[in-house]
Design a protein around this ligand. Structure first.
Ligand code: FFO
Ligand code: GTP
Ligand code: MG
Length: 439
């Protein structure tokens, strides 16, 4: 198995070839590797242009070298970076060179960040934020990731955990000193008001979970309607790519097709589906079933209908938020009433209005929200657990203090698990620093 004592290395920059490629090394042998390859270790945190040699002394490349001395590095260990010319053979020669050195092995996925966590450089929420930051494709995904990676979310959780630990200390102080005169009776009421406020804050924070999920995973928009309404043509037009097969045969699309759009900085997942109709064809019928099921869980359904057909309007499909759209407006003249929007995938008319309409809905649903939101199910699970303990604590507040105190401890512990720094809090410290018992 891999060991923390190993020195790890990996290509940390993206796909090759590239202008520059960064090979990162972290661990106790990082400086020795640098010495062997570059002939010296540059002064920490100062980039230096150096000749990088293979085992026989031949040049691999001339590149920038950057050293970080433990603990002042991303991982908290000694780190070295080689900034190479980003050719495949250049990088391969460097990775081969490193793999042949004693005590060195290739890093596992996330291992640099894991070491940073283990060395206390970042907490779990921040680490999760970093990983979201790397996959963020839209502005809002980036901002949401920053909120986690930058410690804002951790600060919120740690603040709540501290409040609960303090409340518990106060309650236990009352338990220990209840015969004495100098603990005012109103303290308890104030403490419990605080606990109730924290409970409410966590509850309302949790309510933002769905919004966080939409920002992170994308706002789901399903294109639905009868066969030949122009659904696949609309998907292609919005994606500006020829993704879906378009023909004049009713029932062309069967599988669900998906494209990702960026509308106003939000990730939107747009789905093309099979045309809705009764059919004997088992394959098409399965497509229709999937289309209906997807429409049931979409944030928004675009219900398309061909304006050039005399056919009845599309039936009620779902009670989800719906935009009724008349298609092929290039083929009709005059009356196009009864729709929220009309458009033509062929000429592009109305597409901007559709994008604006989706953007408006996004703004209503997600705009103006603070981005301090519980992004992951892991985080939400612990928040729900904390709430359960807090409700138990509030319900037990009139009982003997051991009961609510234990529930408060459990709630703070649940919060501590979110950041991965479960408080091994020193209860007495809290008591003495905030309540002048010895007075
Ligand atoms: N070249 C390069 N760029 C990069 C990274 C990297 O590893 N290498 N990062 C990788 O993710 C990010 C930057 N993250 C970093 C986080 C901490 C430290 C660091 O040296 N921390 C020290 C000193 C802090 C200070 O002086 O302010 C420390 O925490 O003690 C470096 C990079 C993005 N850009
Ligand atoms: N004139 C005109 N024709 C269009 C427009 N949009 C689609 N069509 C035509 O309508 C026919 C059906 O288009 P599709 O996009 O395949 O329709 P669909 O709703 O995906 O059909 P199914 O997958 O069978 O449910 C094709 O012949 C398209 O070229 C449009 O805006 N204007
Ligand atoms: Mg289609």
């Amino acid at each position: 198995m891999s060991s923390d004592l190993d020195t790890i290395y990996a290509l940390s920059s993206g796909a090759l070839p590239a202008g520059v490629a960064v090979v990162r090394i972290s661990g106790p042998e990082a400086f020795a590797a640098c010495q062997a390859i570059a002939g010296a270790v540059p002064q920490p945190r100062r980039a230096r242009l150096m000749r990088l040699a293979d085992a026989e002394g031949g040049a691999i490349d001339t590149g920038l070298v950057l050293a970080f001395r433990a603990p002042a590095s991303f991982t908290g260990e000694d780190c070295v970076e080689f900034h190479l010319h980003g050719g495949r053979a250049v990088v391969r020669a460097m990775l081969d060179r490193l793999s042949a050195m004693p005590g060195m092995r290739h890093a596992e996925a996330g291992e640099f960040t894991r070491r940073a966590f283990e060395n206390g450089k970042l907490d779990l929420v921040e680490a999760e934020g970093l990983s979201d930051m790397i996959v963020a494709e839209t502005e809002m995904q980036r901002r949401l990731a920053m909120e986690q990676a930058g410690g804002a979310l951790s600060g919120l959780y740690e603040g709540w955990a501290r409040e609960l630990t303090h409340a518990r200390a106060m309650i236990e102080a009352e338990l220990d000193f209840s015969d004495e005169e100098d603990i005012p009776g109103s303290v308890s009421a104030t403490i419990w008001d605080g606990v109730a406020a924290t409970t409410e804050a966590i509850r309302s924070h949790l309510e933002g979970g769905q919004a966080a999920e939409i920002i992170r995973d994308g706002y789901q928009v399903v294109i639905a309607g009868p066969p030949n309404a122009g659904k696949s043509s609309l998907l292609n037009a919005l994606a500006r790519r020829d993704i879906a097969i378009v023909t004049d045969v009713a029932g062309t699309t069967r599988d669900i097709l998906e494209v990702q759009l960026d509308i106003g900085g939000y990730a939107v997942r747009l789905y093309d589906t099979a045309g809705l109709r009764e059919t004997e064809d088992v394959v098409e019928a399965e497509g229709v079933r999937r289309a209906r099921a997807l429409a049931e869980k979409a944030e928004l359904v675009l219900l398309l209908n061909d304006l050039s057909e005399q056919m009845s309007e599309a039936s009620e499909l779902t009670d989800r938020d719906c935009l009724r759209i008349g298609t092929k407006v290039d083929m009709v003249s005059g009356e196009t009433g009864g729709y929220d929007l009309v458009l033509s995938a062929k000429t592009g008319e109305g597409l901007d209005r559709l994008i604006a309409a989706i953007g408006d809905r996004l703004a209503v649903r997600l705009g103006g929200l603070s981005l301090s939101l519980p992004v992951r199910e892991r985080q939400r699970g612990y928040l729900r657990e904390a709430l359960t303990h807090l409700e138990a604590a509030l319900a037990a507040r009139t009982l003997s203090p051991e009961f609510p105190s234990e529930a408060l401890r459990a709630a703070a512990q649940s919060l501590g698990r979110i950041t991965g720094r479960v408080d091994v809090e020193d209860l007495l410290d809290v008591i003495f620093s905030s309540f002048c018992v010895g007075k």
